[in-house]
Write a protein that binds this ligand. Sequence first.
Ligand code: BGC
Length: 467
Amino acid sequence: MKLVGAATITPWLAVVLAVILLSGALFGYDQGVVSGALTSIKAEFSLSALLVEVVTSWVTLGALFGALLGGELADRLGRQRAVLIAGLVFTLGSLVEALAPDTIVLVGGRLIVGLGVGIAAVAAPLYAAELAPTALRGRFISAYQLAVAGGIFAAYLVDGWLSKVGAWRWMLGLSAAPGLMLVAVALLAPQSPRWLIRMGRRADAVTQLQKIHPGVDPSPNLDAIAAALTHDSGRASWAEVFGPEWRRPLLVGVGLAVFQQITGINAIIYYADQIFQAAGFTTQAAQTTVTTWAVGGVNVAATFIAIAFIDQLGRRKLLLAGLVGMALSLAVVGAAFEFMISVSTAHSATTSTAGIVTLAALVVFIACFAFSLGPVVWTVINEIFPGHIRGRAVAVATAVNWASAFIVSQVFLSLINVLGNSFTFWLFGLFCVIGWIWVFYAIPETKGRSLEQMQQLWKHGRTKRAA
Ligand code: BGC
């Protein structure tokens, strides 16, 4: 008889995977789609610069609140029902956006979509972490990141296709389709046995475990979960979440969420066209192609590296290797911009060489992010907390991630004005170096530990770097 932790994908685990993939795709599509829709929205509603900003960024604000709400829903109603609600909210928001008669309704739709995105961003990885067999947990959560990257890529393709005809309502409304699919799959999906046990519903947990892993004796896993519950039962108060006992995992979760953003990924994702324009890709068509494939396509492709290696090499090695690559490539992007400035006045023909160097370095940057900070941050955030604080603590880390994304996207263009291109990229590079040092000293290896064993990590005085 196989243990429940064994690495076999059963049909019901495939349903779990579908929930995770659809949630990630909705998150990513939403991150990527608005840039292509803005020009025609601006024209139809005569938006001021401020309103353009609001239409762009209120999804992120909605997601910030959605993340906090997502933690509550996931704890009170269960992970699977929280994802179901995210799908419903997201579909509603997409339809409101697509049919919006004026700016106020459009902004309302953006906010609703954001709420859905935020709820899903907490509930789906949490669900993945609790349902995945230990040996595949990193891959399951990385699959979520793969779907995020796939969603961004799909949005770039849809933008390139529909922006020519100004069909912004279709661009925004199209995501109602995966939203509805998420609702349908989440209705079918099993509940998290870990959550059921925490709620005192052991019999239901047995039913779900037998459904997910037919023919497998659920007792060893039930016993391990139940034993952990003797120290880890009920639901923690906010005071406990922020209290001294769990300060270290909270700092790890929040720190990873911040570093994922302040190293610049979304500055590049949101403003890729403008960066490539500054790097010498002058036509809109050239910028769109380069952004779609060099940013969107590479982001998807390189996530497979994480899927292949995260459960073998572990989380730390991927993070440390990725941060080195990100720091070096940002140093090169900064230097290329410096070079472009110094040569463009004298020999404008040389600009294209620096442009190609910028492009190559950004490809390396995206690839390194995609196999490290992208998937590993979500994996670690969702596996390090004990069950009774998991929902709320993951919600805090996710909300901090959205807040950091919001701040970076707001200040990026001002930074470019104040510091110039080179120093802005070097600043992101410096954050990669600081992040590397912090990861080296603060992040324990979590590969191969069950969620119950994970709690032991924090009981020792010192962080154990190797599992
Ligand atoms: C980040 C997003 C980012 C995306 C890029 C995610 O892990 O949380 O902010 O846009 O990766 O693929």
